[in-house]
Write a protein that binds this ligand. Structure first.
Ligand code: ATP
Ligand code: MG
Length: 583
């Protein structure tokens, strides 16, 4: 039989989509092993997602979309102590913000009843036993990388006794930690994960989804493998640290054999949850690591708890919420993931790659505006008092579709203090006493007088605007060395401008070999707030609108604090990499 359309081949895919995982998916579709692809993104709701998760999200949802499949969002909520509905809501928000949507929203806790039945099945099959060893004893029995472990003295309990004890564990009869349910695999295995790993533990803790219904909770490996099997996940993509867990994952799927035991899925049918019991394949890829960042929920949580940042969405945080507030765009993060690629090779990406992706996206998609961060007044004395004009400015230098706007211009302007030098350094191209500069889009100005206060600080410049240099005039293209930006003092809106920089000042804030921790490496200049002025068309922006403030960088109207009458802008990224030079 031939099909009308050729199967997609790796060679047809753009280079960034030719990774080994997509290759496996292509082959599985071509060989007929699978007719439809199903993936899942399985966060534990114990914190906010960070930029590393963006890689997993783009991969899980991206592959499903590219191959016409489905991706579920599954909360791996098997560890109730640290989980919270706040995180459940935020994670959904983040996934949508990145541009993805899920086929099914599930919780591992939706499957607690199935996991329980599966555990009883393992007990009946002689594949699991209730163990009374304490955590410490279990460790002692486990052996080491070089020594085999020893069998638990409880390993040979009868099926009846195991069933009885397990049911009483469920009924809440025993204290936390008094017993565990363990898989009966091989205490001599070279893979420590296979040395009779725990499948269930006793924990009298309320659960964010199931409340007080359960005093026992399944362990991650067991729950994760069965969750994938229940949902008919074909390719279960995870990070490399789970490579050693794969044999256990496969053991759980095979020994429980949900596909061959539909009665175990009965509780789902009763709740109207569709399931597609199948045999998933776990495939590992390397984590995203970026220098100058910490990327672990634990450390990010600690930064918030210790008040070292202003919450989860502090624009300096590497959470998706923080990056979003900083002005990172979904497109920039997707570009980063594509650019970094998928492999099994661990590597550390330079922070400048992340910033480069944002610049690339915003250069193409952010309208231009003018703003002044550190204002100095320039009075053009040859213009009459009350003089006012509206100048037409293109919103984007390379893309006409952005249209144009009117920028008010008048006798008194704010310019950037650093664009004037009384004693210019070598190579200076901006304003000096008696010198000329082009005022972006308005004409050529000269400084005639420098007004100072009692302390000798420059408080105002007074000068002259060459009437022959105005837009449309003969002299408009006359050459001068520099061009500076400005805003009309009478029209500009006072704005708070938050100048963010990298949160850490060293490449490896995680490296504790010198006895320091990431807390010792916070960049003291990572946040500065300035009172500046923005042109009216910037003040009017909706929250989360990004702009290039000409000559200054890319800025975003703060998601929470920005108002048209009290604008707040966050610097997302500078126009150029200012860190490369420091290194
Ligand atoms: P952390 O170690 O930061 O606490 P985690 O791995 O415990 O993160 P989970 O909620 O378990 O967080 O992760 C959900 C998914 O995201 C997992 O499949 C995990 O492998 C993946 N993931 C987590 N961190 C990264 C990363 N840095 N790069 C790529 N994928 C990641
Ligand atoms: Mg985890």
């Amino acid at each position: 039989m031939t099909s009308a359309l050729p199967e997609p081949t790796a060679a047809d895919a753009p280079p960034e989509k030719r990774d080994f995982i997509r290759q496996i998916v292509r082959e599985d579709l071509a060989s007929g092993k699978h007719t439809a692809i199903r993936t899942r993104f399985p966060p534990e709701p114990n914190g906010y997602l960070h930029i590393g998760h963006a890689k997993a999200i783009c991969l899980d949802f991206g592959i499903a979309a590219e191959f016409g499949g489905q991706c579920n969002l599954r909360f791996d909520d098997t560890n109730p102590a640290r989980e919270d509905p706040e995180f459940v809501a935020a994670i959904q928000d983040d996934v949508r913000w990145l541009g993805f949507d899920w086929a099914e929203l599930r919780h591992a806790s939706d499957y607690f009843e199935v996991y329980y039945l599966a555990a009883e099945k393992l007990i009946r099959d002689g594949k699991a036993f209730v163990c009374d060893l304490s955590a410490e004893e279990v460790r002692a029995y486990r052996g080491s990388l070089t020594e085999p472990g020893r069998n638990s003295p409880f390993r040979d309990r009868s099926v009846e006794e195991n069933l009885d004890l397990f049911r009483r564990m469920r009924a809440g009869e025993f204290e936390d930690g008094a017993r565990t349910l363990r898989a009966k695999i091989d205490m001599a295995s070279g893979n420590i994960n296979l040395r009779d790993p725990a499948l269930y533990r006793i924990k009298h803790v309320a659960h964010q989804n199931t409340g007080d219904a359960w005093p026992i909770y399944p362990m991650y490996d067991f729950a994760h493998a069965l969750g994938d099997a229940i949902e008919g996940i074909t390719h279960s993509l995870c990070t490399l640290e789970f490579e050693d867990h794969r044999p256990l994952y496969d053991w759980c799927v095979a020994q429980v054999d949900l596909a061959g035991h539909p009665e175990l899925l009965q509780p789902l049918l009763a709740r109207g949850l569709p399931n597609q019991a199948g045999t998933p394949r776990q495939i590992e890829f390397s984590r995203l690591n970026i220098n100058y960042t910490v990327m672990s929920k634990r450390k990010l949580t600690q930064l918030v708890a210790d008040g070292l940042v202003d919450g989860w969405d502090d624009p300096r945080m590497y959470t998706l919420q923080g990056l979003r507030r900083r002005g990172y765009t979904p497109a920039a993060l997707r570009l980063l993931v594509d650019r970094v690629g998928i492999s099994k090779q661990n590597s550390v990406i330079d922070f400048s790659v992340l910033e480069g992706c944002l610049r690339e996206d915003l250069d193409a998609h952010a309208p231009r505006r003018m703003a002044v961060i550190d204002p100095l007044k320039l009075v053009l004395t040859n213009l009459p008092e009350g003089h006012e004009e509206r100048l037409a400015f293109a919103n984007h230098p390379k893309d006409e579709r952005f249209g144009s706007r009117e920028v008010p211009f008048s006798r008194e302007l704010w310019i950037e203090r650093e664009d004037f030098a009384e004693v210019p350094p070598k190579g200076w191209k901006r304003l000096v006493p008696g010198g000329e500069v082009r005022l972006r889009g308005a004409g050529i100005a000269r400084v005639d007088e420098v007004v100072k206060d009692a302390e000798g600080r420059v408080v105002e410049l007074r000068g002259w605007l060459d009437p022959e240099s105005r837009p449309g005039m003969e002299g408009a293209n006359r050459k001068v060395k520099g061009t500076i930006h400005w805003v009309s003092a009478a029209h500009a809106v006072a704005a708070e401008i938050r100048l963010y920089d990298r949160l850490f000042s060293v490449e490896k804030p995680d490296d504790e070999s010198d006895g320091k921790t990431y807390r010792d490496h916070l960049n003291p200049d990572s946040r500065r707030s300035a009172r500046g002025w923005v042109e009216p068309a910037a003040a009017q922006a909706a929250p989360e609108q990004s702009f290039q403030f000409e000559r200054l960088g890319y800025f975003v109207a703060d998601r929470h604090d920005h108002r048209a009458d009290a604008p707040v802008f966050n610097r997302s990224v500078t126009l150029r990499d200012t860190w490369a030079a420091r290194a």
